[in-house]
Design a protein around this ligand. Structure first.
Ligand SMILES: *Cc1c(COP(=O)(O)O)cnc(C)c1O
Length: 452
């Protein structure tokens, strides 16, 4: 045993091997060599046989390659979920990326007033754009919608009561629970109504001198169906104003376009909330806006000014590249080119015949038996639960769907498919056309057998 342990090469010897020698990152190469030797030692102790220096060098080289690879990297989303939170939600438009590049490459007037040569405000860059696209008097953007809600409730409602329907005291996912955010902000949650029905009267009776606001929360990721009711937003806002309190709205996705034009259920729009009299509406930048991670707050100037001045605003502010990307994304809506320029909206509005052509080309390339079948693309990101857009997917027939899924994920770039009823499904709608060739190439190379 000790004889075979002595046969292990030294770290220096492995590092001298052509597979590992020279090049950048000497520290990482040494770490990889050490790890390969340590694994080999363990295998010997476990009764394994002596391995060649060649084999250990190969192992070390692949460990080194893994250490060099960035942890966060590009993935091709073939899952058929457009706003896939685990896959980074919205891909950015070319203009948004160019704006980020520009803002990040050099210095910028982030907080500098070029006209007067004096200090400026980072909030100024989105102000008028937000006014124009939402129809609100004022707007401000922060790190994400969770922080937007925290800032909103902390600024306007701390120490006072916020009335919310029992059906909307929800968990959005990723640990974001409306009751917890309310508590964190120092506001007191008053739940009214029942799980399925809440009336205007329920809200009215809960309002007292301690009440700061009524809050509506978009039930993003679930739906209550059947015997249900909830007052019209306009009626709720009128009640709030009549009693001198604020009407707040957590819209989640923050859609700016009418989704009915794509045969989808109507997703509530930001403009509709503002028009209904909501004082401040909060929504995400990287859901149906299709931009970078951000939380947008739009509404009355008096309220937005309070939010800007709150100490938390500094803690949850956006960075310059995010501001640049969000501004470029909002401009697409302003110019009426969202469907042509914003990837999320390009996917939603992609005609079925193009999807069919791409799916057919993938299926034809596949080295495993494949067919094109009808399915639905999900919007995801908490918008429009259970609803989808008609699509066509490639279904791969295999005895080991998990094996095929793992093989696709282990490529560069990784391809993430979905497994349904024992088949591997790939949806062209969520794959960008520029990624088609990578998918096609992967399908051509699918092995016939997979380790279990
Ligand atoms: C997604 C969502 C949030 C959280 O938004 P993030 O941008 O992910 O922080 C909050 N409220 C609702 C209703 C949502 O759908």
């Amino acid at each position: 045993m000790s004889e075979s342990l002595r046969s292990l090469p030294s770290v220096d010897r492995l590092l001298a091997h052509p597979l590992l020698a020279g090049g950048s990152s000497p520290g990482l190469r040494t770490a990889a060599a050490r790890q390969a030797i340590a694994s080999a030692r363990q295998r010997l102790k476990d009764g394994g046989h002596v391995e060649s220096v060649e084999a250990l060098a190969e192992e070390a080289a692949s460990l080194f390659a893994a250490l060099e690879r960035p942890s966060l990297r590009r993935v091709i989303n073939a899952t058929g979920v457009i706003l896939h939170t685990n896959l980074g939600r919205a891909p950015l438009s070319d203009d948004a990326l160019a704006a980020m590049f520009d803002a990040g490459t050099g210095y910028s007037n982030l907080e500098f007033d070029l006209e007067n040569g004096a200090r400026g405000s980072r909030f100024s860059h989105l102000e008028s754009l937000l006014q124009r696209v939402t129809g609100a008097e004022a707007g401000v953007a922060v790190n994400n919608n969770a922080s937007a809600m925290l800032l909103l409730l902390s600024s306007l409602c701390a120490g006072r009561e916020v009335v919310i329907s029992r059906s909307q005291a929800v968990e959005i996912g990723g640990g974001f629970r409306i009751p917890d955010v309310l508590r964190q902000s120092g506001a007191i949650l008053i739940e009214v109504g029942t799980t399925n029905r809440t009336s205007l009267r329920d809200f009215e009776e809960a309002i007292c001198e301690r009440t700061a606001a009524l809050l509506r929360v978009h039930a993003s990721n679930f739906r209550i169906v059947g015997f249900t009711s909830f007052p019209a937003l306009g009626d709720l806002a009128a009640l709030a104003h009549d009693r001198g309190i604020a009407m707040l709205d957590d819209l989640g996705s923050g859609c700016l376009l009418d989704t009915r034009q794509f045969g989808m259920l109507p997703e509530p729009t930001v403009q509709a909330s503002i028009a209904a009299g909501v004082d401040v509406v909060a929504f995400s930048g990287d859901k149906l806006i299709g931009g970078p991670q951000a939380g947008i707050l739009a509404g009355r100037s008096a309220h937005i000014n309070l939010l800007r001045r709150h100490p938390l605003a500094r803690a949850v502010r956006m960075d310059k590249t995010g501001i640049a990307a969000l501004a470029a994304t909002l401009r697409h809506f302003e110019r009426g080119e969202a469907l042509d320029q914003i990837p999320v909206w390009k996917m939603i509005s992609a005609p079925i015949d193009g999807i069919e052509r791409r799916a057919a080309a993938w299926a034809a390339a596949s080295s495993l038996p494949a067919e094109v079948i009808a399915a639905r693309t999900m919007i995801g990101g908490g918008s429009l639960p259970e609803e989808g857009i008609p699509t066509l997917v490639v279904a791969l027939k295999t005895a080991s769907p998990d094996g095929v899924g793992a093989w696709l994920r282990n490529r560069f770039p990784a391809i993430v498919a979905r497994i349904e009823a024992g088949r591997v499904l790939l949806d062209p709608r969520t794959v960008q056309p520029s990624e088609d060739e990578a998918v096609r190439a992967a399908l051509t190379e699918l092995p016939a057998e997979y380790p279990i």
